[in-house]
Design a protein around this ligand. Sequence first.
Ligand code: FAD
Length: 260
Amino acid sequence: MQRNIDFSSYSSIKIGPKIDVEIIDKPKDCSDYILIGGANNLLISPNPPKLAMLGKKFDFIKEIDGFLHIGATTPSGKVLSYAKRFDIANFELMQKLPGTMGGMTKMNAGLKEWEIFNHLVAIKTENGWIKKRDIDYRYRHARIEGTIFEVKFEILKGFDYELLKMFKKLRDNQPSYPSAGSCFKNPKGGFAGKLLEDTGLKGFQIGDMAFSKEHANFLINLGNGDFKDAMNLINEAKKRVYEKFEIELELEIEVLGHQT
Ligand SMILES: Cc1cc2nc3c(=O)[nH]c(=O)nc-3n(C[C@H](O)[C@H](O)[C@H](O)COP(=O)(O)OP(=O)(O)OC[C@H]3O[C@@H](n4cnc5c(N)ncnc54)[C@H](O)[C@@H]3O)c2cc1C
């Protein structure tokens, strides 16, 4: 089954073509496709590779044998509401963290020291359950062969409203324009946003794309921004930061495809 998706409205950065995406209804090998979740971390070109997404069947939260099982298409907001309702700790970081369980796991999404992998127990792919200790995960990355269909977490009581308040506050200064979150990963011992500021890129604009005036590491769409302008800004930033600091900036957002 396929679904026709207009990525200029579906993706959080509001860029991308209108194309057919394969819908996956049961656990199976999807290696012919790039799996997408909510497209909150993606910059999709006019010529993307073949894309697939999981169907609604994978939008669930269940308690089984003392563990929380969350389906890969379950949105962060739903997980957060569940954690509040049943007084479960360690999901506070999902406050205003847009994404599905699959995308958040693949990205090891988080803020500062709070990351998805902190309390994760195992991941279910087409090859069965993989325990956390067998997964190579780090800052904003998890090396997972195959598709994530389900994620298992420990259940610890005590939803922390103080922590929630802190996440709310930290995210309050995020730009309101469409973006895909932080554009570059923070290099070891530094901040990508500071490097962009120090190379004159805070507020720098090409066409309708810009590095935000409020938060330099957010690549924002001011209205009619397109893939080409976004890539030109990304390449300009990499060039300036390398020339000035000899640091190779690594993208946090994922670029799917190329311009032509
Ligand atoms: C305003 C804003 C703020 C943000 N703030 C943060 C933040 O504070 N911290 C942070 O870490 N991120 C942040 N992000 C980025 C984004 O929220 C995360 O990267 C999130 O994990 C993306 O989830 P998604 O479902 O949209 O994944 P997508 O963007 O669709 O995909 C992300 C990656 O996951 C893979 N993927 C998706 N689903 C599956 C699956 N089922 N199996 C295997 N691979 C899969 C995709 O192939 C891709 O590699 C922000 C984004 C926005 C727009």
